[in-house]
Design a protein around this ligand. Structure first.
Ligand SMILES: Cc1cc2nc3c(=O)[nH]c(=O)nc-3n(C[C@H](O)[C@H](O)[C@H](O)COP(=O)(O)O)c2cc1C
Length: 396
């Protein structure tokens, strides 16, 4: 069985080496509790070209000591490149202050993004931040303008294709809903943003974030239509439900749309190593070397133990182990790595964990046991975090 799979993996790998440059962009979606500096670091080693996002930072939580809070939340690396800072706020003055301080300390930020898509906001109807801002075109404009007038760098908005109060109100995207979205994107553009990321589902304000990623159905057609209507004016990034290399490549190769930029969230958590293949689809280069990527990450984790908790530093490695465990136990050809490489990675991560990150508390196993390796991570990462990740994985 193993030999057959190795042969399949080799032949699939040979097929994918013919991939050419697409000039598309790929964004790793902002995700609370995940896209902190350690995960961004790992993803940078696996795919330097992909665009990384911070978690959403609520401006009210960063105040009053903006400088200190930003440093704590974003990590101390001021020159991190290819990074978009996402902010959540409904107050133009506070937002502007935050943007000023952020740019003083992180001058290499690629873009500032306003979150208009997060649904977890029960406020009795008053727009606060996130998806409820989609109900208020004028407030959204003011907020975008307050950022755009503060900086020369690009400003963007991440939102949904529509917004409803309850699941009962939800209606298929008819002309009226499309016109509203068109008006919303026009207002964003007029206020100074040149990039809109559309999660291709409407938001339902009364549902929690998990249900909001499952209950409303995806409608890519609306995103394509907006991309075509705003061609040359606003760059449109499509998000939602891009869950595999096949999904991504199908979208990248569809030259009937004006989409040139794709964003994915949960797929990158479930299969972070797929980022190496994404990298190859973005640039005309050989796939990054996975072993050195992991070695570099372990080196980074060891060096930054004073800045981050052991749980934060180990979570990215745990995501990789979980992907390898899935492939190894299901004997599934990963299309990326041979079994020998998978086994080598097991040993590199086990050694890194045992000797460098867990202060020698873990015992080395004398065989390849991903299940055991995954459970060694639990006390380091924390059972609560592991369970949350399992729930997020089950959403797909
Ligand atoms: C755990 C988790 C946390 C998220 N946090 C944020 C966030 O901070 N800001 C945001 O704009 N979207 C957030 N999202 C939504 C994602 O950015 C993305 O829009 C959504 O997951 C749909 O993309 P996907 O189907 O590729 O996962 C989060 C999603 C998940 C799963």
């Amino acid at each position: 069985m193993r030999n057959t799979i190795t042969a399949m993996a080799t032949s699939l790998a040979a097929t994918t080496t013919t991939t050419t440059t697409t000039h598309h962009e790929f964004h790793i979606a902002p995700m609370q509790c995940y896209t902190n500096q350690p995960l961004r670091k790992l993803t940078s080693f696996l795919s330097p070209t992909s665009i990384k996002w911070t978690e959403m930072e609520k401006v009210d939580d960063l105040l009053p000591d903006l400088e200190h809070s930003l440093k704590k939340r974003l990590g101390g690396e001021e020159n991190e490149t290819n990074l978009i800072l996402q902010l959540g706020s409904s107050n133009a003055n506070k937002l502007q202050r935050c943007v000023r301080v952020a740019l003083d300390h992180y001058p290499k930020l690629r873009e500032i993004n306003l979150n208009c898509g997060c649904p977890a906001i029960a406020t009795g109807g008053a727009p606060t931040y996130g998806a409820s801002l989609m109900k208020d075109v004028s407030l959204t404009s003011q907020l975008v303008e307050s950022i755009a007038s503060t900086t020369e760098i690009n400003v963007s908005v991440k939102c949904r294709i529509g917004v409803f109060d309850t699941a009962e109100d939800i209606a298929p995207m008819g002309e009226k809903q499309y016109e509203y979205l068109h008006k919303y994107v026009t207002a964003i553009h007029d206020a100074g943003a040149n990039h809109v990321i559309l999660h291709a589902r409407p938001a339902i304000l009364s549902l929690n974030p998990v249900k909001n990623r499952i209950v409303p159905t995806l409608d890519y057609g609306v995103v394509h239509r907006i991309a075509s209507d705003f061609k040359g004016k606003v760059k449109i990034t499509i998000n939602g439900g891009i869950n595999s290399l096949i999904d991504l490549k199908t979208m990248q190769n569809d030259d009937t749309t004006n989409i040139s930029s794709h964003m994915s969230g949960r797929w990158c958590l479930r299969r972070p190593l797929d980022l190496m293949e994404i990298e190859r689809s973005l640039v005309d280069k050989a796939m990054p070397d996975v072993q050195s990527a992991i070695h570099h990450y372990i080196e980074y984790a060891v060096k930054n133990q004073n800045q981050f908790t052991i749980g934060e530093l180990c979570l990215p490695l745990y995501l990789i182990v979980a992907q390898l465990q899935e492939d190894y136990e299901q004997e599934r050809e990963s299309n990326l790595l041979s079994w020998e490489e998978i086994e080598t990675l097991h040993n590199i991560i086990e050694d890194g964990l045992l000797t460098k990150l867990s202060n020698g508390k873990m015992k080395k196993s004398n065989s390849i046991k991903f299940k055991k390796l995954a459970s060694s991570f639990k006390p380091l990462v924390g059972t609560k975090v592991v369970n949350k990740w399992k729930r997020n994985r089950a959403e797909l």
